[in-house]
Design a protein around this ligand. Structure first.
Ligand SMILES: [Mn+2]
Length: 361
């Protein structure tokens, strides 16, 4: 019988190259900082390029390809007609990792500060309360048991019930609906999923307990890689209004510069290429602004419920866009470009698919 460490895994998900950056830092935080004895798995969609895939292979024990078009059963085929659920569907694939007895899912925007291998002693579904509505769990960190049966059941549930927030969190909270009341052992302490703005909402508690924090979650549209970083001082400057804690951002950047940046491929374009070209000698400051959110990323964030209310998605901008398209020439259909599967799924603009309005995750 295999060692327990081989039958249990931490699982994360990258839907594009930028989120793959988050996965790389997360993976290194688990290995270098937390010294985990368990396997590391990253699920990737076709939105991740080969060079980034190679990067991920340096850190993760297993790369698991998730492709919506690998339709396997009727429920999958039905989902093809429901692009609003496709991002949700992607995360559910973690239940198909049945080579593992138990697993812990971690969002790509989480960071592990201390060893958390004790999470594998918990049962499905264990998760920490969501800071916004504590009777719901936050789906950025959860313990689960891979099972094809559960996966099918989740898909069927998704098809019939949808998700109240349009994302995986709403769906999983509806599916595991007795989480809040049934068994306190399935409530992970908040220290396993501390939103990095926690110090802002309850400073005395943050001051009291910050040394016991084990996992940080950088919720919201702005991610650690969007903040400006100075290569001479090796310091990150948190963007105002994001509420991200500087100490946590600094740990993220320290891990990134030590273990990820040196091996990034400078030939990659955009944000990744820019990060790969960062030289410690020149003392350059890495950009760090909302403009680093590409149009596609921004749409993906929107779909995930990470709406940039104060920036690009603010009401005036949306209204302006609406006014423009209402005055503009009528178009019969166009390709929906806000999810990783967009290139393959043309969606009529008259689709009644509802826009998700998930809380920030
Ligand atoms: Mn998240």
């Amino acid at each position: 019988m295999a060692e327990r460490g081989d039958r249990e895994a931490f699982v994360t998900l990258a839907t594009n190259d930028t989120y793959a950056l988050g996965c790389l830092v997360l993976g290194n935080s688990l290995r270098q900082r937390a010294q985990t004895t368990r396997k590391l798995v990253v699920m990737i969609t076709p939105g991740v390029t080969q060079p980034m895939r190679n990067q991920l292979a340096r850190v993760f024990d297993m790369i698991y390809d998730v492709n919506l078009l690998d339709s396997r059963d009727a429920a999958n085929l039905q989902l093809l007609g429901r692009p609003d659920l496709s991002v949700t569907f992607t995360k559910l694939h973690c239940w198909r990792l049945t080579m593992f007895d138990k697993a812990v899912f971690l969002d790509a925007d989480t960071l592990v500060l201390q060893n958390v291998d004790e999470l594998f002693d918990r049962e499905e579904l264990s998760a920490a309360p969501d800071a916004g509505w504590p009777d719901c769990f936050n789906s950025g960190v959860f313990v689960f048991r891979p099972s094809e049966e559960t996966y099918d059941s989740l898909l069927k549930f998704a098809m019939s019930q949808g998700s109240f927030d349009g994302g995986d969190q709403g769906l999983l909270n509806m599916y595991f609906r007795d989480w809040a009341t049934k068994d306190i052992a399935r409530h992970l302490p908040f220290i396993y999923n501390v939103v990095s703005q926690a110090f802002y909402s309850y400073l005395p508690a943050f001051t009291q307990f910050k040394d016991s924090v084990k996992i940080v979650h950088f919720i919201g549209a702005t991610k650690p890689w969007h903040h400006p970083y100075n290569t001479a001082t090796k310091e990150v400057t948190p963007l105002p209004e994001t509420g991200h804690n500087k100490d946590y951002l600094q740990i993220w950047w320290d891990i990134f510069m030590s273990f990820v940046q040196p091996t990034l491929d400078p030939s990659l374009g955009g944000l990744i290429g820019e990060l790969a070209s960062l030289s410690l000698q020149t003392g350059a400051t890495f950009g760090g602004s909302q403009s680093h959110l590409s149009e596609q990323e921004r749409k993906l964030n929107w779909e995930r419920g990470q709406v940039d209310y104060l920036g690009a998605d603010k009401f005036e901008n949306i209204k302006e866009k609406l006014d423009k398209s209402m005055k503009g020439p009528a178009t019969s259909s166009k390709t929906y470009t806000s999810n990783p599967f967009s290139t393959s799924i043309p969606v009529s603009t008259t689709s009644t698919a509802k826009k998700p309005v998930a809380p920030k995750k």
